[in-house]
Write a protein that binds this ligand. Structure first.
Ligand code: 8NA
Ligand code: MG
Ligand code: MG
Ligand code: MG
Length: 344
């Protein structure tokens, strides 16, 4: 029988959480040893042992705010989300937030949330942030809009614009949400058509990126460009070296150089990868994402959300879950979002 949608909702949010918690210790590292990472995962996945939980960072903290808002309001409420971001930040400021996004929280609070979208527009001398902070937290909204693609695109863009008003910032958020959405709608019992998955993303991004035509930009279609490069890497007969992935797709905090990378990790990890010894394609996705280095927690979190939405909760190792902070809470969010979505 097929994997239930409720299980896919859980897989998505637990995948998002585990990627963040497991990737955070390596954030900003380069040349992470494959064998060290293999031992790290084997130990955590193996017989349970008591140890302090791996703590989540800004990625899961902001995801939590979005989930809690959607559950409490049963609709998209930008002001409520902004208030929750600020409250969460001032309660736990040491969660590894992006350097500039913190300014927004201070301004929102100082201006008493007069315009929740206002402060984000002033970032980077008015050009807005192109960081991956919108994309890293978007999973709950992708679940909430499971059955309405138009609504998904519109609400996801607005959710991003609370902090990310640069086109690459909110388009990257839309791309991540679309990837989760596609995963939710596929049956993992059937072989994943990797080429079709990426072709569908390119087609959808051609609609999203349409409005930059004729503006005289160097590349008006940056996400389509990166997704096409991703397809070339996926189509290659021989294995792609990590250095080439990093050079071509990137592992930085910019949405353009991390969201396509996360999607690549999910698609590449459907089949075995050298030096990643596991039969579990969910774990392979997360382990591979971390092994690429750079913004490990965020890329692993985004890749984990896409993979979890595809494979469902049952594939996620119980012991890995036990080593991560707030797993029970994320399962509860998924179940509540499922109830709301199913009754819409
Ligand atoms: P953000 O909006 O502060 O953007 C992140 C960074 O991207 C900024 O600090 C800038 O360096 C750069 N940036 C974004 N837009 C522009 C622009 N228009 N012009 C010039 N530079 C720009 O925060 P965010 O929420 O997007 O950040 C998310 C990331 O930060 C996640 O990876 C998260 O985990 C966190 N983080 C990452 C690292 C890391 O080393 N990779 C470290 C700490 C925190
Ligand atoms: Mg993190
Ligand atoms: Mg982080
Ligand atoms: Mg990060």
């Amino acid at each position: 029988d097929s994997i239930s949608l409720a299980s896919k909702f859980r897989g998505c949010l637990v995948g998002c959480l585990l990627g963040d918690c497991l990737g955070a210790p390596y954030e900003g590292d380069y040349g992470i040893s494959k064998s060290v990472l293999q031992k790290y995962f084997e130990k955590l996945e193996g017989p349970y042992f008591k140890s302090p939980v791996k703590q989540y960072t800004d990625d899961a903290a902001m995801t939590k705010c979005l989930a809690e808002s959607l559950i409490a309001q049963e609709k998209f409420d930008a002001l409520d989300i902004a208030k929750r971001f600020v409250k969460e930040y001032f309660n736990n400021p040491r969660h590894g937030y992006g350097q500039q996004v913190v300014d927004i929280f201070h301004k929102l609070r100082a201006q008493k949330f007069e315009d929740p979208f206002g402060p984000a527009k002033e970032q980077f001398d008015g050009s807005g942030s192109y960081g991956n902070g919108g994309a890293m937290r978007v999973s709950p909204l992708a679940l909430f809009c499971y059955s309405n693609y138009e609504e998904l695109v519109n609400l996801v863009r607005r959710s991003a614009e609370l902090t990310h008003t640069h086109k690459q910032g909110y388009d990257g958020t839309i791309l991540q949400a679309i990837a989760v959405h596609q995963s939710l709608h596929l049956d993992p019992k059937e072989t994943l058509d990797v080429h079709n998955f990426s072709t569908q993303l390119i087609q959808k991004m051609s609609q999203i990126e349409k409005d930059c035509e004729g503006l005289g930009l160097d590349d008006p279609y940056p996400y389509q460009t990166q997704l096409k490069k991703m397809q070339v890497l996926l189509d290659k007969k021989e294995d792609t070296h990590d250095a080439e992935v990093e050079k071509t797709l990137g592992t930085s905090v910019a949405a353009l150089y991390s969201v396509p990378t996360a999607i690549f990790c999910f698609l590449r990890a459907c089949t075995p990868i050298p030096e990643i010894d596991t039969d579990n394609p969910f774990r392979r996705t997360v382990q591979y994402a971390i092994s690429l280095g750079g913004d490990t927690d965020t890329i692993a979190s985004m890749a984990g959300a896409i993979a979890g939405a595809y494979y469902g909760y049952g594939i996620v190792s119980e012991n890995l879950q036990k080593h991560c902070e707030a797993t029970e809470q994320f399962i509860e969010y998924a179940d509540k979002l499922y109830k709301i979505t199913a009754s819409k």
